[in-house]
Write a protein that binds this ligand. Sequence first.
Ligand SMILES: [Zn+2]
Length: 289
Amino acid sequence: MRYILSVLAAMVLASLSGQNAFSTANHGSYGAMRYDPTAASGSCLLNQIKTDQQAQALLTYYNIRTPGSTSAERISLANGIFQASALYGGRFEPLTNITVKYSSRSGYSRYLSQSRTIDLNRCNKAGGACGDASNTNVARILHELGHPFGHARLTEDETYYDRFGTQLKGCYPTGYSDDSTIENTAEVFSAFLTHPDKLKNGSPACQRAYNFLSTQVFRSNGRLASCEMQERQQLLAAVQGQRRNVNYTSVQTFQQIFPPRARQPSGVTAAASPAQYLQNASSGVDTSE
Ligand SMILES: [Zn+2]
């Protein structure tokens, strides 16, 4: 039995160690999560999605359309979705029914809440940096996904944007003090998934944000968001349960490991049902670069 367990642990270790190659120029103090190499490379994620078939199965399950995307971009996006699902212990409804449009236009990437569409522009606003690194940067795509998260409802009367603009105000994981609650919410969301230690070991406000996201948003697998290998192994084991050699190639597999979940996080009195999550709290365009 002990032998079998150690073999399993070794397999988990092997599957966790695969990382996307990523390099970035030295930006000194990072102005955004996408410039943080740990966050951008996805090296803290479970990284279970390796092939386009796996990516497409998960994206189909979430009803996420990705016009213009490359295979590498779909895999990066799907690994971000996988991480949110693993920590949520089910399909994370705020990220369902989204269109992510990939284009080589330059200009700000943005989220259009009415149509639930992310315009992910590969080039930066100066028209440069159109290369591979910026469009598979998982911290960047998770920042954009932080916008539909922000619009989602925590309770009938309160969105996540509302909460991050009040009780959870003041966490700046990248050290860049942005007064926009909208952009700040997206940054914290991305940090929690791609480099959680930035919050856990950060300022008191960031620790509050980490605790909130851990206990009231993503808590259901009983694991904490962490970059530590042991925590990640335990999270993956919680996702896979009794299943051995999970092959993430079909929608049915994802239905089983990330079932739709009506269960409510503790401390939330007014239930936010999956349907309520999808109602837009407000319409508009969330712009960011
Ligand atoms: Zn943004």
